[in-house]
Unconditional design. Sequence first.
Length: 321
Amino acid sequence: MSWYRNAVWFVKGLREYTRGGYESASKHFNPAEVEVDVSGRSFLVTGANSGIGKATAKEIARRGGTVHLVCRNKERAEVAKEEIVTETSNQNIFLHIVDISNPKEIWKFAEKFKNEHRLNVLINNAGCMVNNRELTEDGLEKNFATNTLGTYTLTTALLPLLEKEADARVITVSSGGMLVQKLNISDLQSENGTFDGTMVYAQNKRQQVVMTEQWAKAHRNIHFSVMHPGWADTPAVRSSMPDFYEKMKNALRTEAQGADTAVWLAVSAEATTLPSGLFFQDRQPVATHLPLASTHSPPEDEEKLMAVLEEFSQKFRSTSP
């Protein structure tokens, strides 16, 4: 049935995920929901030096929030920070250099951050789509290390800080590509079969949806959400999916359009009137499975995913400097 899932997802994407889909959906947005002052609230955005992450950070900075940019590349991050400060006149922009594919680095950063800062909203945006199987220095498959384990480790490491705050939120930037994948816990590091970077990425994004649902059950005083930005024109799309970009470039959303729902989830009061753990697209909760797609997984598989990630994460915590 994979051909069916792929076909339905692509047709759905052509209708909803492009710039036209955003323009249609945005006719029903209430601008006042994001015209808010978030001065005094602290936001952490990963992968914030370009694309959806930078656009999200910039919009939060415009609204007065204290923004912590977590980036891997120091030079690009400094340029992004300067751009955000210049365009928003917000001086409360802080830069942290962390490789989200390195769990030891994440633990070291999180322990230091918890001692020095408050945190109201965590936005897990950092991600990658590596099209050939590559291993990190820790022997982890790079897509899994960044998209799944990195997201899991940073979030769980910062939960104690978030739990101290009123109206704490965790938002994870996922992808509609997860709709073509059923959770597979038997091969988390893509060691078996032919390696397909696009499908590995989609599997990671399915894992992010499951993580969000599980966190929402376990941490009732934090609002968790996961969102699909649509198909946006970002540096990551251009480099990771060049054929797709060439075919679709005239129909892709802008970075700001892709970031809109993440910003809405981060700053609006309306977002938290909806249940925790939902998957959003264009400010609306949407289904996490296509009709007739057989992508549902048993609860024990979802619980097993969390247990395996916890085991991985704690192993690297005990070896972090």
